[in-house]
Design a protein around this ligand. Structure first.
Ligand SMILES: C[S@@+](CC[C@H](N)C(=O)[O-])C[C@H]1O[C@@H](n2cnc3c(N)ncnc32)[C@H](O)[C@@H]1O
Length: 273
């Protein structure tokens, strides 16, 4: 007598690719590169060409950058071999050979990597908040400054508001799945925040903790002080605008040192060497 093993049909979660889901729900490289391009031109009165993407993950921003202009170059740094291999297979393979020649993937730690000087260094999606000690952040900012040409710019993102300092879940519908951002634990003494990204699918299957991060919630003011200590001559905060009638967050950022007591605001810090 044979025993038939029941094969469970694969769910949407089983078949999902977490990096594709991340790119579709978290990232908007074209919007970010438009902001980088226009802000750089406004501040430096020239077009940027060379970019380094720290904490690059799938390096989607670098791929979009080399597609933008024929003389654009990108260096994408991440210390995770798995995500870089994914990038080669799924993102870089879609570029032309000529575009691929203008993009370099480096498997290394952003705290120690040495690269040629670039016009733009971007560290996005708050990954530099992995660095929890002030001394580590200072050393990292010093390294980024050394990696920039004299009229280059550092682009960081930042968020603030009372909701940073609490546990909460935020759900958003994306094409074909739900994205869930969970702030699972917050330590009100150390400012350490443990977060997860989960994905839920129409067949009720779930990809729990597809990504997990432990960050220190840094304030814009203290980050600017550390940037100054690292030798940056000036830093500018670009804060998300809100609709004055509905309080709805807009896809528009203004250079300002002012923010009301928003529950949550997103922004960028741009620093000049
Ligand atoms: C949240 S992903 C960021 C992806 C992308 N930059 C974005 O904007 O969404 C964080 C990435 O940072 C990488 N990472 C974390 N610490 C790092 C370090 N010290 N050096 C290099 N890469 C690091 C991880 O391997 C991971 O791929």
């Amino acid at each position: 007598m044979t025993t038939a093993t029941k094969v469970r049909p694969q769910t949407m979660a089983d078949k999902a690719d977490r990096h594709l889901l991340y790119q579709a729900s978290v990232q908007n490289p074209d919007f970010e590169l438009d902001f980088i391009d226009s802000t750089f031109k406004k501040i430096r009165a020239r077009k940027p060409a060379s970019m380094r993407e720290d904490f690059a993950g799938t390096a989607i921003s670098s791929c979009q950058w080399v597609k933008r202009r024929k003389n654009n170059t990108a260096v994408a740094v991440d210390f995770d071999a798995e995500v870089l291999a994914w990038s080669r297979k799924h993102n870089i393979a879609k570029l032309t050979t000529e575009q691929q020649q203008r993009l370099e993937l480096i498997e290394d730690d952003v705290r120690t990597v040495v690269t040629d000087k670039v016009d733009i260094l971007q560290a996005y999606n708050f990954s530099y908040w992995f660095f929890q000690e002030r001394a580590t952040m200072l050393a990292y900012f010093r390294r980024t400054r050394e990696a920039l040409v004299d009229d280059g710019l550092l682009f960081l993102d930042v968020f603030g508001g009372s909701e940073c300092y609490q546990t909460q879940k935020e759900k958003r519908k994306v094409d074909g799945f739900k994205y869930i951002w969970e702030q699972a634990e917050f330590n009100a003494i150390t400012n350490e925040l443990k977060c997860h990204i989960h994905f839920h699918f129409p067949d009720k299957s779930k990809l729990k903790k597809a990504f997990s991060y432990t960050w220190r919630v840094w304030g814009a003011r203290e980050l600017r002080e550390i940037l100054a200590e690292a030798g940056y001559s000036e830093s500018i905060v670009y804060r998300q605008k809100f609709d004055p009638k509905t309080d709805e967050a807009l896809d528009d950022y203004i250079a300002t040192d002012d923010a009301e007591d928003y529950a949550c605001w997103l922004g960028y810090i741009i620093a000049k060497p």
